[in-house]
Design a binder for this molecule. Structure first.
Ligand SMILES: [Zn+2]
Ligand SMILES: [Zn+2]
Length: 137
């Protein structure tokens, strides 16, 4: 396998792609943010998004991205995220469990998709599939 060069989506630097979506520096930084967030949330499960952002120094949109990626999970009643389909508060991901289940059934998600080569975004999000199926009749 030859080496593939990519631009880091976070800082723009060119890096050798190794299955991770970010360059080494950003990965390290993201891991640090992730650890900080995780330990803060463990000790402060009822902190608001703003409080968490202030205490950890991680921007709210990055916190939400960690949540959507399922890397961190907010407290059950924190509800920083909303289901993109029904608007119900959720603690992680993009859809509430019910909508996720229904969408999976509707779209027959389980087939072999275009996986691979997507690094951290390997797990395809349901919303992406919806967009795709809409734009490709
Ligand atoms: Zn980077
Ligand atoms: Zn829902």
């Amino acid at each position: 396998m030859s080496m593939e060069l990519r631009n880091c989506p976070r800082c723009g630097a060119l890096f050798a792609y190794t299955g991770k979506n970010l360059c080494g520096a950003c990965l390290a930084e993201e891991d640090k943010e992730f650890e900080t967030l995780r330990s803060f949330l463990k000790e402060n499960p009822r902190a608001s998004l703003e409080e968490t952002s202030e205490a950890t120094g991680v921007k709210p949109e990055r916190i939400l991205r960690f949540l959507r990626d399922g890397r961190i999970i907010a407290a059950q009643d924190a509800a920083w995220l909303q289901c993109e389909r029904c608007g119900r508060p959720i603690i992680a991901g993009r859809f509430c469990p019910e909508c996720a289940k229904r969408l999976r059934q509707e779209l027959h998600l389980e087939g072999p998709g275009d996986r691979g080569n997507r690094g951290d975004q390997d797990r395809m999000h349901v919303a992406d599939l919806i967009k795709k199926s809409k734009s490709q009749p």
